[in-house]
Ligand binder design. Structure first.
Ligand SMILES: [Zn+2]
Length: 216
């Protein structure tokens, strides 16, 4: 866990407030349960399984928020190495290029420099997870019918952060001493999306070889 947090906090442009689980809420209890099973030494593959009696959407919500926080922090630590000059297009090597699309400014898929793509991505996720109609936090308020579809889209886009960071900024991960930390986060994320089949396997292709090496 050797991430340079000081560096992150100095970078107000890329470091944004994390979404917190409010103590006393059911979601907070579930978050603590997920954290506890991780700390107890359970292997990650087992730790992602839905605990008996828990609601799957609650479990997914807790993980989506947690992964957003962690991946946002990871990208924040290496954001200084990822500029419009070093990464004029959001890509994963020469074979994969990602275009940004949303319901506002970019209705048509747009080729953006990686840091701009990342900023759009993090803002977009932050808005969704803070939307009470999509991520309800009050007891008794149901999840929307398309909740898992929304989460699939969020997780698919978060996966691209790993793709870009691993393929284009692996040397920065090493120089920050963050390799073990990033790998652990990746493995946890990977087991989670596989456990609930949340991301299409074609999306995972850019990191397939690495995944086979570290996740099996
Ligand atoms: Zn980059």
């Amino acid at each position: 866990m050797a991430l340079c947090l000081k560096q992150v906090f100095n970078k107000d442009k890329t470091f944004r407030p994390r979404k917190k689980f409010e103590p006393g809420t059911q979601r907070f209890e579930l978050y603590k349960k997920a954290q506890a099973s991780l700390k107890s030494g359970l292997d990650l593959r087992t730790a992602v399984q839905l605990p008996p009696g828990e609601n799957i959407n609650d479990w997914i919500a807790v993980h989506v928020v947690d992964f957003f926080n962690r991946i946002n922090l990871i990208y924040g630590t290496m954001a200084e190495f990822c500029t419009a000059l070093s990464c004029p297009v959001m890509a994963g090597g020469l074979r994969y290029e990602y275009r940004w699309q949303d319901e506002h400014r970019y209705r048509r898929p747009a080729k953006l420099p990686a840091p701009q793509y990342m900023a759009m991505l993090m803002d977009w996720i932050e808005t969704l997870i803070n939307n009470e109609e999509i991520f309800p936090t009050r007891v008794g308020v149901p999840f929307p019918k398309n909740f898992q579809q929304v989460c699939t889209k969020i997780l698919t886009r978060l996966f691209r952060v790993f793709v870009h960071v691993y393929i284009h900024h692996f040397d920065s991960i090493i120089s920050l001493g963050a390799e073990a930390h990033v790998n652990t986060c990746y493995k946890h994320f990977y087991y989670f999306i596989r456990e609930f089949s949340l991301v299409d396997h074609r999306e995972l292709e850019p990191l397939r070889e690495m995944t086979e090496r570290i996740c099996h």
